[in-house]
Design a protein around this ligand. Structure first.
Ligand SMILES: Nc1ncnc2c1ncn2[C@@H]1O[C@H](COP(=O)(O)OP(=O)(O)OP(=O)(O)O)[C@@H](O)[C@H]1O
Ligand SMILES: [Mg+2]
Length: 235
C-alpha cells in the first residue's frame, strides 16, 4: 500500500501532525514519519489493526509521550477520553468529578457551578449531577468524561476506543452525542475505533498501518477499502 500523498492540504486544521517518529526505549519503532491533519470543527476517526500505533499517536497528541522527531500542533485546549472510564473518573460523584478538572483555574463557586451545569447539560446528564460515579452505566461514565473536557472549554477531543466496553445501544448513544457536540459546539474530535459502523457518524477517517497513515477519506471510501483489505478490523 502506498503512503498517503503529502501534497494534500486541509484548510484550517485544528490538529496537525507532521512527520512524527516515535520509538519505545527498547528501540521498537511505532510511528515512522506519520502525518495527518484534522479540519477544525470536524469529527474524524482513526482506524488500524492491533499494534498499528493508534493509542501511541493519541498519547503523543495529548502530551503524555514525546516524539523523537516531527511536529504536533493543536489549535485549542485538548481533552482526552480513555477506553476505560474507570481510569479517568476520580471523584465520588458526577458533579464533583466534572468540577475537579477546574481546580487549576481558580474560579469562584458560582463560576464552577455554571461551568459544571453547562457541561453536564451538553451531554444531557444534568439530572445525574449528584449521582455517585459507581451508580453510572459505562456509557454515562464516558459522557461524564466528555463533560469534564467541555467544562474546561476544550476545543479538541481525543477519544481512544471510547465505545470498546459499551453495549451496542450505549455505543450508538455515545457516537451520536460526540457527533452533535462537534456540530453544535464547533469541537474537533479524533476518535479511535475498530468498529466500522461508527464510521457512518464521522466526517472522515484515517487508516494507520505500522505507524503510518496509508489512507484517508470519507466513511464509504474507508469502509470499502477496509472490507477489501483487512481481516483484523471488525464491525
Ligand atoms: N508502554 C509500552 N512500552 C513498550 N511498547 C509498547 C508500550 N505500549 C505499547 N507498546 C507497543 O507499541 C506498539 C503500538 O501500540 P499501540 O497501543 O499504539 O497500538 P494500537 O494501534 O492502539 O493497538 P490496539 O488496537 O490493540 O489498541 C505495539 O507494538 C505495542 O506492543
Ligand atoms: Mg490502542
Amino acid at each position: 500500500m502506498k503512503p498517503l500523498d503529502r501534497g494534500i492540504q486541509i484548510p484550517d486544521p485544528a490538529i496537525v501532525v507532521q512527520e512524527l517518529c516515535f520509538n519505545w526505549p527498547s528501540g521498537s519503532k511505532v510511528l515512522s514519519s506519520c502525518s495527518l491533519n484534522v479540519p477544525k470543527g470536524e469529527f474524524w476517526m482513526l482506524l488500524g489493526s492491533n499494534g498499528s500505533g493508534k493509542s501511541t499517536l493519541l498519547r503523543l497528541l495529548a502530551g503524555l509521550l514525546y516524539p523523537q522527531s516531527g511536529q504536533i500542533h493543536l489549535e485549542g485546549r485538548m481533552g482526552f477520553v480513555f477506553q476505560n472510564p474507570d481510569h479517568q473518573l476520580v471523584m465520588p460523584t458526577v458533579g464533583a468529578d466534572v468540577a475537579f478538572g477546574l481546580v487549576e483555574e481558580r474560579l469562584s463557586q458560582p463560576q464552577i457551578r455554571n461551568r459544571v451545569d453547562e457541561a453536564l447539560a451538553a451531554v444531557n446528564l444534568l439530572e445525574l449531577k449528584r449521582r455517585p460515579i459507581y451508580a453510572l452505566s459505562g456509557g454515562q461514565k464516558q459522557r461524564i468524561a466528555i463533560a469534564g473536557a467541555i467544562a474546561r472549554n476544550c476545543e479538541i477531543l481525543l477519544l481512544d476506543e471510547p465505545t470498546a466496553l459499551l453495549d451496542p445501544d450505549s455505543q450508538l448513544e455515545l457516537v451520536t452525542q460526540v457527533q452533535s457536540l462537534v456540530k453544535n459546539r464547533g469541537i474537533t474530535a479524533l476518535w479511535v475505533t475498530h468498529r466500522l459502523n461508527e464510521l457512518d457518524y464521522s466526517d472522515g477517517a484515517f487508516l494507520l498501518e505500522r505507524g503510518l497513515v496509508v489512507e484517508q477519506g470519507n466513511s464509504e471510501f474507508l469502509k470499502k477499502r477496509l472490507i477489501k483489505n483487512s481481516g483484523d478490523i471488525k464491525d
